[in-house]
Design a protein around this ligand. Structure first.
Ligand code: ADP
Length: 512
């Protein structure tokens, strides 16, 4: 092939345009790293109401195209934007200005094209998720993305799908698009960011997708024998599948972590890989973060204290350099370990430490966290909202970052925390196990504190160990610097995605 590899990158969240969690971060960063490696990558996402219009071209790139749906079709348009990189400190590009679209290896600003699918009936709503017709909405988006390629006369070599919202796309490529000359050479890659969210629908969904002939493909597994399980279909039909850490790729082969798809995953083991996520080290840089009161790097680490004092003030907690502040940021769901935190929260908050927690999620956790804050107003501050600037102030101001997850496909929180000089306390699962090593002062190893069993007493002990270690500033500083020096950038993982694309193309060729 003497042109760059063409990759269509599909995700229903892409930071900074729309994000509720790690998927948005990955979709906003990995395409840029691929572009830097010379890939002709183009991203496609829905045009939600919340996408700031200054990011979107005023004229459509494709004013109207038809998206098949059931026995009919819906009309859509596509607008263009850019995922820019190499700009100086959060400089933003004026909407009309055309950035270079060519991959660069130097510090020249460059950008990845992103197409926004405009179908107002489906996407002009006040939230990204939580609608009764989410399945149909993302089906329209996925089909639109493929049809858009045709309108642009840009046939992708690889369609890279992410999570259940796009799980139907590999299914289409292996069925209704199989004999379509336009997609003759197209392979699919399916990335599992979180196996627990599978996208389950009934038979009607197959009619909408035009896949009633395909039926239920996998009689061995109830999820795939009687239900349209979009996560399962992505795994079953994609040419190559991966998840976002090596440990999680192993874990999901077991009943404990396999979310009832483990038999399918074991069958597809030869297609299943683990590639650790990175973080966008340009966007997430404590030396350039516009949200931090005081910017810092390894050489000026002592000025980080100003961020801690500012955070304590903001959180209404006593300003005290000597008391360790524990930060916690994330979706408040069972996955994130709240069930082992809540039983020991009172005991922890009676110790000389403070907790600043930011998150939204299950009402039940909101209630208990609010109650804990009322009982411990001098040691707990709970922010039950989604607030990116505040998240950055917590990463850059707290001392200890707690992630006691029950399972964690990769986890970005601990990576961002380490880059911001925060020392993680994590449970050894999934990507947390792949990125945080328990510290051992005598051996001079480790970058955080870990515990194994999913148990509240183990969590308690790990936090107390961190709290006690915090009393030794020189050693603490060593831990901070070790975390800050780690390379969690995307470049290494992006190279692994290139290898994965090559494998997917090879599997696709063998199948035809
Ligand atoms: P997950 O993808 O399971 O939600 P990750 O740790 O991989 O968890 O990624 C979570 C991302 O979302 C991080 O960038 C984190 O900072 C951000 N985030 C989570 N909750 C909030 C919140 N309430 N406010 C701001 N950012 C949040």
């Amino acid at each position: 092939m003497n042109r760059p590899l063409r990759v269509l990158f599909l995700s229903v969240e892409v930071a900074p345009f729309a994000k509720t969690g790690g998927l948005g971060d990955v979709a906003g960063a990995l395409p840029k790293a691929l572009h830097q490696l010379g890939v002709d990558v183009r991203v496609c996402m829905p045009l939600y109401r919340s996408v700031a219009r200054q990011h979107v071209s005023s004229d459509p790139v494709v004013p109207k195209f038809e998206v098949p749906l059931g026995a009919g079709s819906v009309a859509a348009a596509a607008y263009q934007g850019h995922l820019s990189y190499g700009l100086h400190e959060h400089e933003s590009r004026p909407p009309g200005a055309a950035p270079t679209s060519h991959p660069t290896n130097n510090s020249e600003p460059s950008s990845v094209p992103i197409y926004f699918v405009d179908a107002p009936h489906y996407f002009d709503r006040d939230s990204i998720y939580g609608h009764h017709d989410d399945g149909e909405r993302f089906l329209v988006y996925g089909r639109a993305a493929l049809e858009l390629c045709r309108s642009l006369d840009w046939a992708p070599d690889v369609v890279h799908c992410n999570d259940w919202h796009t799980g139907i796309v590999p299914n289409w490529l292996k069925t209704i698009y199989r004999d379509d000359p336009f997609f003759a050479g197209t392979a699919s890659v399916y990335t599992i960011h979180n196996l627990a969210y599978q996208g389950l629908f009934d038979y009607h969904f197959l009619e909408l997708a035009g896949l009633q002939q395909d039926g239920f493909p996998y009689p061995q597994i109830p999820e795939l024998a009687h239900t349209v399980d979009l996560m399962g279909r992505g795994i079953l039909y994609a040419d190559a599948v991966n998840t976002v850490s090596e440990r999680y790729a192993e874990e999901i082969l077991t009943p404990e972590y396999g979310e009832r798809l483990d038999p399918l995953l074991r069958d597809r083991r030869d297609r299943l890989f683990g590639i650790l996520n990175g973080i966008d080290d340009e966007e997430l840089d404590p030396a350039a973060d516009p949200h931090l009161p005081t910017r810092f790097d390894a050489a000026t680490l002592e000025t980080r204290l100003q961020n801690k004092l500012a955070l304590q003030r903001e959180a209404g907690l006593p300003e005290s350099p000597g008391i360790p502040v524990i930060g916690m940021i994330g979706r408040l769901s069972g996955q994130k370990g709240l069930d082992i935190l809540l039983p020991v929260l009172d005991a922890l908050l009676r110790r000389p430490l403070q907790l600043v927690l930011l998150g939204t999620g299950d009402e039940h956790y909101h209630y208990h966290l609010r109650q804990a804050q009322e009982r411990h107003p001098h040691s707990a501050a709970v922010f039950l909202t989604f607030d990116t600037p505040l998240a950055q102030r917590i990463y850059g101001g707290s001392d200890i970052f707690l992630m006691p997850s029950r399972y964690e496909p990769c986890g970005l929180g601990q990576l961002i925390a380490m880059r911001y000089g925060n020392v993680p306390v994590v449970r050894t699962t999934g990507g947390l196990a792949d990125t945080v090593q328990d510290c051992d002062p005598r051996a001079g190893r480790g970058n955080g504190f870990t515990f194994g069993p999913y148990d509240h007493l183990d969590l308690f002990a790990a936090v107390v160990r961190a709290e006690e270690t915090f009393k030794h500033p020189d050693y603490w500083r060593t831990l901070q610097l070790r975390g800050m020096a780690s390379d969690f950038s995307w470049s290494r993982s992006a190279q692994k995605y290139l290898d994965l694309y090559a494998k997917a193309l090879e599997f696709q060729r063998q199948a035809t």
